[in-house]
Design a protein around this ligand. Structure first.
Ligand SMILES: *Cc1c(COP(=O)(O)O)cnc(C)c1O
Length: 374
């Protein structure tokens, strides 16, 4: 069994993907070719935004967003403690300071209450100026924007949505990548919508920010003269081949894959809910199930279960084994575990099970029976 079966997906879409790759090669426009702008238009329309700017990966999408707002030294960027490193690293690398926020243990997403406390604390300390909140749509479920957007308004902060895992999720029908002033996603192969290498995109409704992002992804070039560099930018463009691969994958994603992962999640929950803590999806929220993650009672039980599953050839993953405050790169912050009780609990207890659109009910049975038999 595969944790995320990209082979099954390729088999289903092979003729279209192969044709797209071949056409990209024939065109010899290997970087930012026509399929890239076609993809940008399609994705912007789907999530309900004016602009989509494709770039090299999800990490760059976050960094470019902060650069487009001139975030830098002295600025506080609030993000969740329990996430992939890039959610905070994107701020550090441009000299800003990430301020880590504990999560809700039920959704694994940023706790709005802890966020407001962190903002108040930062203001009271007076060392950093609060600028941006980066909520993370972890495991496919949007962060609780119904509470986070009012907090951002109250304190005059911008929202950069980290939807690297969230593409396809929604709240009351409003799609992920539409919640931030800027929203970033990733096309890393294992994400809900993945390509065959690295890729990412940024969404905005602001024409000026859109133009600035297009410049920043190409060394700060002017829109009319590529050798007239107006500011310091990055080299972060999407390959034409990746856009060509994403086109048929995006169609399948919308047509049936989102539905399929939600079915699979339902099968898991039905079988596991009496014995394990299964994922909580808030009322009106919809997940794209980047991960299906259960909670065991403690680290020992979690590690034991992972080992037990492995013996039965069932892959599982621990996303994530530590909070960002426990990362060596952030040891200088001197933050202790008591500040992040829920992130620490999550790191000790989470276990992500095989999840992808090509999972059958029989496969879910196999995984569930193994879990229940220990
Ligand atoms: C994967 C991921 C990223 C980074 O995306 P890449 O394309 O790998 O650079 C950022 N944030 C989160 C939450 C992610 O899961």
């Amino acid at each position: 069994m595969q944790f995320r079966d990209l082979g099954a997906q390729y088999k289903a879409l092979k003729s279209e993907i192969d044709a797209g790759i071949q056409a990209a090669i024939d065109s010899t426009a290997f970087i930012l070719g026509k399929p890239v702008s076609e993809l940008e238009n399609k994705l912007a329309e789907y999530v309900g935004r004016k602009h989509c700017v494709a770039c090299g990966n999800g990490t760059d999408a976050l960094q470019l967003s902060l650069m487009a707002w001139d975030i830098g030294p002295g600025d506080a960027v609030f993000t969740a403690d329990f996430t992939y490193f890039a959610s905070a690293g994107c701020a550090s690398i441009i000299g800003a300071t990430p301020v880590l926020v504990d999560i809700d243990l039920s959704t694994f997403n940023m706790s709005p209450e802890a966020l407001e406390e962190a903002i108040k604390r930062t203001i009271a300390e007076g060392k950093l100026s609060p600028k941006v909140i980066i909520p993370v749509d972890l495991f496919g479920q949007p962060a609780d924007y119904t509470k986070i957007i009012p907090i951002a308004k109250k304190y005059g902060l911008k929202i950069l949505e980290d939807a690297a895992q969230g593409f396809g999720g929604s709240i009351n029908g409003k799609l992920a990548c539409s919640f931030g002033d800027l929203s970033a996603t990733s096309f890393f192969p294992a994400k809900p919508l993945g390509c065959y290498g690295d890729g990412g995109a940024i969404f905005t409704d602001d024409d000026e920010i859109d133009a600035r992002l297009r410049s920043l992804r190409a060394q700060g070039k002017s829109p009319v003269d590529k050798y007239d560099n107006r500011e310091i930018g990055m080299n972060s463009r999407l390959d034409t081949i990746q856009a060509a691969i994403l086109m048929p994958k995006f169609k399948a994603f919308v047509d049936y894959e989102l539905d399929a992962v939600n079915k699979a999640a339902g099968w898991y929950t039905e079988r596991l809910k009496d014995k394990f803590i299964t994922p909580t999806i808030l009322k009106g929220f919809y997940s794209s199930w980047a991960q299906y993650t259960i909670l065991l009672n403690n680290r020992e039980e979690r590690d034991g279960m992972q080992k037990y599953l492995k013996e039965k050839d069932i892959p599982s993953m621990v996303y994530y084994p530590r909070g960002l405050h426990q990362q060596q790169a952030y040891s200088w912050m001197g933050l202790n575990d008591e500040l992040f009780p829920n992130a620490v609990e999550a790191a000790n207890r989470v276990l992500s099970l095989p999840m992808h659109p090509y999972l059958t009910e029989e496969m879910v049975d196999t995984v569930a029976n193994a879990l229940l038999s220990k």
